[in-house]
Design a protein around this ligand. Structure first.
Ligand code: NAI
Ligand SMILES: NCC(=O)COP(=O)(O)O
Length: 331
């Protein structure tokens, strides 16, 4: 297998992201992990965790090489204020976005094969006066992508979302035919391109209880979702009808499928996280670059304690490498 150079952003400096990067470094990795972060913050966190870490200055001109145990490559970006684990500081919001921007530009130029992100705290970035609702939306803008799709995956289940970080009250109006058509197109094409699924079968959740009960409990299934399904089926897509979400997530149906499309965040993600929290990955589909992330948030309660589980970050790194290999194969 090829060795890939992966950009790793630790995210919110008061959260568990820096801890997880230091934890995974202990065992080394087959790929080159380049952390884009403040080196003093990373060293301070390693001391707090009582874990050894050697930060090797990253040089893009040197050959790509695996990550030896106890080391990480580092591309320095400086914090504005010293970070205290567990204590958010809006003064560091710009730093977080700067690390993401540097990593994304490196992916766009081909310097990095993929971007792997640890969690950010959306609220503290907003408290700094910066509109931000998630990596997904931020990266869509940064990469000038017309439509990106959030998909979480764990062993045996992939769940993509038609809408992401919206108040629940705003969801029905956001579910439009053009949106669904774009989301399903991105999902179908990425399952082929990044996951090697030739003719993906996608199960589609309805929006309303019992998928609208033939229009008696809501008409979105009839007026919005079904017409899109019919159009895409005519182009060869393998799609279910809108299914009642409460029974969609059962083995009988899931065993036949490559992915599920949920209509909103808390319709799909609780099921995925119940099945695989700590072993799941969040992937942004539809961009020219590969981006994977953890399945959890900043866990401020665990920062600096050594109790955070690094399983999801390892899963995200492994998916980034596999997707890099798949894209090289399928072009
Ligand atoms: N990819 C990203 O950047 C994500 C960021 N977030 C952000 O994180 C912040 C906090 O969100 P919450 O809803 O509190 O979710 P959270 O995932 O940070 O915490 C929920 C619970 O899970 C535990 N937990 C989380 N990660 C863990 C790990 N690696 N090992 C062991 N236990 C872990 C926490 O201790 C807490 O009890 C929010 O601002 C949210 O927007 C949330 C999800 C993903
Ligand atoms: N619930 C998923 C989440 O909040 C992660 O969002 P993003 O930062 O990856 O866009």
């Amino acid at each position: 297998m090829s060795i890939y150079r992966l950009a790793l952003t630790p995210g919110e400096p008061a959260g568990i992201g820096p801890d997880l990067c230091i934890q995974i470094a202990q065992q080394g990795h087959d790929h080159q992990l380049v952390v884009i972060a403040d080196p003093l913050m990373m060293q301070a966190r390693a001391r707090l965790l009582n874990l050894p870490i050697t930060l090797i200055p990253y040089n893009a001109e040197e050959p790509v090489s695996p990550t030896a145990p106890g080391t990480l490559w580092i591309e320095p970006v400086c914090l504005v204020k010293t970070a205290t684990p567990g204590q958010l500081n809006p003064a560091n919001a710009r730093y977080i976005l700067d690390t993401l921007t540097r990593a994304t530009q490196g992916c766009q130029s081909g310097e990095f094969a993929a971007l792997v992100t640890a969690p950010v705290h959306k609220g503290v970035i907003n408290d700094a006066g910066i509109p931000f609702s998630g990596h997904t939306e931020f990266l869509e803008l940064l990469t000038h992508s017309s439509k990106v799709v959030m998909m979480l995956a764990t062993e045996g289940l992939r769940v993509a979302l038609a809408t992401t970080h919206l108040p629940l009250a705003a969801v029905p109006a956001a579910i439009t035919q053009p949106l669904l058509e774009e989301v399903l197109t991105v999902l179908h094409q990425e399952l082929q391109r990044s996951f090697g699924v030739h003719n993906p079968r996608i199960l589609i959740a309805g929006l309303n209880p019992h998928a609208g009960e033939s229009g008696h409990m809501g008409r979105e299934e009839i007026d919005v979702i079904q017409p899109v399904i019919d159009r895409l089926r005519a182009q060869g897509y393998n799609l279910s009808d809108p299914l009642p979400a409460d029974t969609l997530f059962t083995d009988k149906l899931l065993d036949t499928a490559d992915a599920v499309l949920a209509m909103y965040h808390d319709q799909g993600l609780p099921v995925l996280k119940y099945k695989g929290f700590g072993r799941a990955v969040n992937i942004t589909l539809g961009m020219p670059i590969i981006r994977t992330s953890v399945d959890h948030g900043t866990a401020l309660d665990l920062a600096g304690t050594g109790k955070a589980d690094c399983g999801s970050l390892l899963t995200a790194i492994n998916y980034a490498a596999e997707m890099s290999a798949n894209r090289h194969t399928t072009g």
